[in-house]
Design a protein around this ligand. Structure first.
Ligand code: MG
Length: 263
C-alpha cells in the first residue's frame, strides 16, 4: 500500500469528505470497498469537515446512503470544534448569538450554548444562507459590548453547481470589518478541529495522515501540527496550484482509493 511508504508507520487517518469521498451527490470512489480497506489495514479513521451547516448525524446518514455504516464518533465538523473551544472558555455553558444554519445551532444547544439575541457570552458565525444587515448589526453590537467572537471555518467560497458561492469566510469578514475584531476560528487550517480529530484517533501527529483536496485548509492545517499529508486530485486543487505549494504534501494521488488496498 502507498501509505506504508511513510515512516513512522501511519495508524490513523483524518479524512476530508467533500472532494475526497464525494463531489456533490456522486461518490468519488467505491466507498464500501474503501472503508473495508481501512478496516483490513487496521487504520482508524476520523472524518473532519469545515462544513458546519450539516450536523454530524446528517453526515452519518449520508455515508449510510452510500453503503458505509459508521458511529457518529467518527465524524467531527467545525461546529463541534466551536463547541469544544467554547467549553474551554465557558465550562458551564451560556447563551450565544448564532449566525449560521440549523446544524450549527443544534450542536451548540446540545453543548450547553442555547441561541439568544442578548446577554450572550459569544457570537458564533458560520455559513448562513439567510445572512442579513440586521444580523450583521446585532453581531457587531454584541461583539463591541464584550461577547467573544468565534467562527466555524474561514473558507471564502464553496463549490456550487453554477461556480463558487460565498462561504463562511465571506460572512466572517463582514462581521470582522464591522466590529474591528478578529474571530477565533475552529476549522482547518486552524488547529482546534484537527486536534479534536487527533485526540479521537489517539495517535501522535507523525503517525496520522490527513487526506484532503485543498492545500490552504486540509494540507496547511495538518502541516502546521506535524501531521503527515496526502493531497487527492479529485477535488478543487489544480496541478499548477500543487506545483506552487511548499512544502509539498507527503503524498499526492488521483483519489483516496490509491492510498490503500481496497477490499
Ligand atoms: Mg474538501
Amino acid at each position: 500500500m502507498l501509505i506504508d511508504t511513510l515512516q513512522p508507520k501511519i495508524h490513523g487517518i483524518i479524512l476530508d469528505m467533500d472532494g475526497v469521498l464525494w463531489r456533490g451527490s456522486q461518490p468519488v470512489v467505491d466507498l464500501p470497498a474503501l472503508f473495508a480497506g481501512f478496516q483490513h489495514a487496521s487504520l482508524n479513521v476520523i472524518m473532519a469537515t469545515n462544513n458546519a451547516s450539516r450536523s454530524v448525524s446528517q453526515y452519518v446518514e449520508r455515508l449510510a446512503g452510500f453503503g458505509v455504516s459508521i458511529p457518529p464518533t467518527q465524524v467531527v465538523n467545525s461546529a463541534l470544534a466551536v463547541v469544544h473551544m467554547l467549553k474551554q472558555q465557558f465550562p458551564s455553558g451560556g447563551p450565544v448569538y448564532v449566525i449560521g444554519e440549523q446544524g450549527l445551532k443544534d450542536h451548540l444547544l446540545e453543548g450547553g450554548f442555547p441561541y439568544a439575541e442578548e446577554k450572550v457570552v459569544a457570537v458564533v458565525a458560520g455559513l448562513d444562507l439567510n445572512f442579513s444587515y440586521a444580523k450583521l448589526r446585532l453581531a457587531n453590537d454584541l461583539i463591541r459590548t464584550g461577547a467573544l467572537f468565534v467562527a466555524t471555518n474561514p473558507d471564502p467560497t464553496y463549490p456550487h453547481p453554477n461556480g463558487l458561492a460565498p462561504g463562511a469566510g465571506s460572512i466572517i469578514a463582514a462581521i470582522s470589518t464591522a466590529s474591528q475584531t478578529q474571530p477565533i476560528i475552529a476549522g482547518k487550517p486552524y488547529p482546534a478541529m484537527m486536534e479534536m480529530a487527533l485526540a479521537r484517533l489517539g495517535c501522535a501527529p507523525a503517525e496520522a495522515l490527513a487526506v484532503g483536496d485543498r492545500l490552504d485548509t486540509d494540507i496547511l492545517g495538518a502541516q502546521r501540527l506535524g501531521i503527515r499529508t496526502a493531497l487527492v486530485m479529485s477535488g478543487v486543487t489544480t496541478a499548477a496550484e500543487l506545483a506552487a505549494w511548499t512544502p509539498a504534501p507527503d503524498l499526492v494521488t488521483p483519489t483516496v482509493a490509491d492510498l490503500i488496498d481496497l477490499k
